[in-house]
Structure formats: structure tokens, C-alpha cells
Design a protein around this ligand. Structure first.
Ligand SMILES: *Cc1c(COP(=O)(O)O)cnc(C)c1O
Length: 383
């Protein structure tokens, strides 16, 4: 009998999603606007509220990539501008820089969070300025749900007066010093792609600090129509709004987000316990009390010399047991398509890429899935 596949991270519906979709059908709101979109935005806004930073505004969009693209446009990034970007990330963080005809400048990671290294960031800013061009924006990412060092990045950004785009695509439900990720920086980006902590099948959001920015984002996301009965345009627009059907899924998902975060964190704890006595395997934990990760994906680092196998061997072994695992994001400065852009750093991201592995982390994994994972990993390590 063939075993059922255990996925890295698969969609996990809460129950009410279909009800909201049925509402949309009943009222014929089959459009990129409607009550589900409005309510979905409201629920995210409520979720992100903090006393410290106050209310945020939320524009629901067709993807996180679209949100990143609009953030760059709203910051005025255009042809030949430079944008500093965390190198270790999913390509979607960097691609919109190219959409704008701008140039990415990649920054290494710091070891403790895997995210943008504040020291290398400052070195890069100084060097780019000395070469005659001040970067227009910084894209910092909370990889796998682990917050980047918000205070340190913010300090550098403020010192040189460069706005931060917070790529929180993987970090809905994470927080830094008690404040939710998705509320830092000048703009924040969320993703509801199929593999994220909650999903709308495909979707994203731009989180803004004021309604002016939100309205501008929605205007650009709906083909930049001027206020006129005929279709008049003074700017280039995009078709980036979220559909009312997908937003219905999002409404149901927001109702269970807290549960999903706890389940992912519980999965992470399972790995902490599993590896606690294994010399040479390090679980990627929060580096301090300021950090609270949703642990979207649980990450381990394998010391091949101590363990006797590398991450590729373990990955392949798990695959023979129908268990999906995945190397960390291959840094952008190592990608063929970005090879010719500048990079500031050493080998931190590269080493993490070579030794790291993401393990099955879904909120819907069962006890029997866990036993299978445990057995497969232990057998793999014995080989
Ligand atoms: C998923 C993801 C995105 C893009 O979001 P989409 O909704 O898939 O377009 C951007 N950045 C990071 C770090 C992501 O993981």
C-alpha cells in the first residue's frame, strides 16, 4: 500500500470559508470587490492592531508579489534606482525591483535570525552612497516566520533616512517585542498563497500606515482610473485587487489564525524535543525574548561532520518515505538570474543554504504523521 504524502505545508481550512463563498454566490458578488473583501481587510486590521503602533490600513490584493510591487511604486522607485534587499529569501521579494527597472543590491543574513544583517546593511548603504547613489528602499524579510532584528534594521534605516518595506509574507502571527509583524517599516506585505500559514488559495495584502497610502494602492491596483464616468487614466495601473471569492476563504481563515499559529509552534516544539539529544542538529529557535515566530516552517541546520550526512541525503531519504522537506531559500546573489547584481556580506546565507532543511510544518499534521516523520528522520540519521 502506498503511503499518503506528508507535505511541507498544506492548506488547512477552518470551516466557515465555504459559507462566505456561498454568500458571495447568493448575492452575485463574483468580483474583485464586495463584502468579503471589506470584511477580510477589517479582520486583518483588527488582528494587527497594537497599542504601541495603533491602527493599520489594509488593501487586499491578488498576491504578496503585487503588494511588494505596489510598495515600490508608492515609494517612487523607478528606472535605475537601487533597492537593498535581503539576499536569503524567496525570489518574489526581489522580482518587483526588476519590474520597476530598478537594480537590486543584495545583503547577507545574520546567523541568529537568518534575516538581513544590520551591519552589512549599513556597510552597503555607506558604499552605495560613496559610489554616488543613495538606495531608495530596504526590503527586509521575516524568513520562515522569524522576525528580523527590527530595532537594529530600523535604526540603520532611520540614520540614513531610507524607507523599509517589511516582507511579512511568511510571518503573519509572528511578533517582535509584543508588536505584530506586518506593522513595521514604511509598508508591509502579507501573502495568502496556498502554502502560507493561512491561505485564500492565492492572495496578498499591502499594509499601510495611513489611509492615504491605502487609497493610492487600491487606485493603482484597479487600473488607475481617474474620477470620471468615462474611463480616463493619467497613470499606468495594474489589475491587482483580490476577488470577493478568495476573500471569502480569507475571512474563514482569519477566524482560525490564532489556532494555526499555535499548531505550527507546537509542530516546532515537536522538532525541538526530537533533536534535543542529537549532537550536530540545531533547530532554528528564537534568539531572544523579543522574538516570537509563527514557525511557519520549522528549520534545522545539519553539521555534516557530526551527523554523518548532509541535508540533501536526509531530504532524499525522507522523500523515499513520502515525506516532503526542502532546502532553505537559495540566496538571490547565488541565483543565475541575479548573478550580476552587487552583494554585501560574507558566507552566512550561503552556509545556511548549504546546511539548512525545512521540515514538514503544517498545522494539519496528525499524531500519526508525527510518528512517521520521527521514524523516518531517525532511520535516516542511522544510515
Ligand atoms: C510567498 C512569499 C512572497 C510572495 O507572495 P505571493 O502571494 O506568493 O506572491 C514574497 N516574499 C516571501 C518571503 C514569500 O515567502
Amino acid at each position: 500500500m502506498s503511503k499518503e504524502k506528508i507535505w511541507l505545508s498544506s492548506p488547512h481550512m477552518g470551516g466557515n470559508e465555504q459559507k462566505y463563498i456561498n454568500d458571495a454566490f447568493a448575492e452575485n458578488w463574483i468580483a474583485p470587490l464586495g463584502p468579503n473583501v471589506t470584511e477580510f481587510e477589517k479582520s486583518i486590521k483588527t488582528y494587527l492592531y497594537s497599542q504601541k503602533l495603533g491602527e493599520q490600513e489594509v488593501a487586499a490584493l491578488s498576491s504578496g508579489t503585487a503588494a511588494l510591487h505596489l510598495a515600490l511604486i508608492l515609494l517612487g522607485v523607478t528606472r535605475d534606482d537601487e533597492v537593498l534587499c535581503q539576499s536569503m529569501t524567496f525570489a518574489a521579494s526581489a522580482n518587483p525591483i526588476i519590474y520597476q527597472g530598478a537594480k537590486p543590491v543584495f545583503i547577507d543574513s545574520e546567523s541568529k535570525t537568518l534575516n538581513i544583517c544590520p551591519e552589512q546593511l549599513e556597510i552597503a548603504i555607506k558604499d552605495r552612497i560613496s559610489k554616488g547613489k543613495k538606495p531608495k528602499a530596504i526590503i527586509a524579510v521575516h524568513l520562515y516566520g522569524m522576525p528580523y532584528n527590527v530595532d537594529a534594521v530600523q535604526k540603520v534605516a532611520e540614520e540614513y533616512d531610507i524607507p523599509v518595506i517589511e516582507d511579512s509574507a511568511e510571518a503573519l502571527g509572528s511578533s517582535y517585542k509584543g508588536v505584530k509583524c506586518g506593522t513595521f517599516g514604511r509598508f508591509s506585505v502579507l501573502s495568502f498563497n496556498g502554502n502560507k500559514i493561512i491561505t485564500t488559495s492565492g492572495g496578498g495584502a499591502l499594509v499601510t500606515r495611513n489611509s492615504e497610502d491605502k487609497n493610492k494602492a487600491i487606485y493603482l491596483a484597479t487600473q488607475a482610473r481617474d474620477d470620471a464616468p468615462h474611463y480616463q487614466h493619467s497613470e499606468i495601473g495594474y489589475n491587482y485587487r483580490l476577488s470577493n471569492i478568495c476573500a471569502g476563504i480569507g475571512r474563514g481563515q482569519m477566524e482560525v489564525l490564532d489556532k494555526r499559529v499555535l499548531a505550527r509552534r507546537d509542530m516546532f516544539q515537536f522538532y525541538v524535543n526530537l533533536f534535543k539529544d542529537i549532537d550536530g542538529i540545531k533547530v532554528h529557535e528564537e534568539p531572544g525574548e523579543e522574538y516570537y515566530s509563527n514557525h511557519w516552517l520549522s528549520v534545522i541546520e545539519i553539521d555534516e561532520k557530526k551527523v554523518g550526512l548532509n541535508r540533501e541525503k536526509l531530504r532524499k531519504h525522507l522523500l523515499t518515505e513520502e515525506i516532503e522537506s526542502r532546502p532553505l531559500w537559495k540566496p538571490m546573489h547565488m541565483q543565475p538570474v541575479f548573478r550580476n547584481y552587487p552583494f554585501y556580506g560574507t558566507q552566512v546565507a550561503e552556509n545556511k543554504f548549504n546546511t539548512g532543511l525545512c521540515l514538514p510544518s503544517g498545522s494539519n499534521l496528525t499524531d500519526s504523521d508525527r510518528s512517521r516523520i520521527e521514524k523516518a528522520i531517525m532511520n535516516g540519521l542511522k544510515k
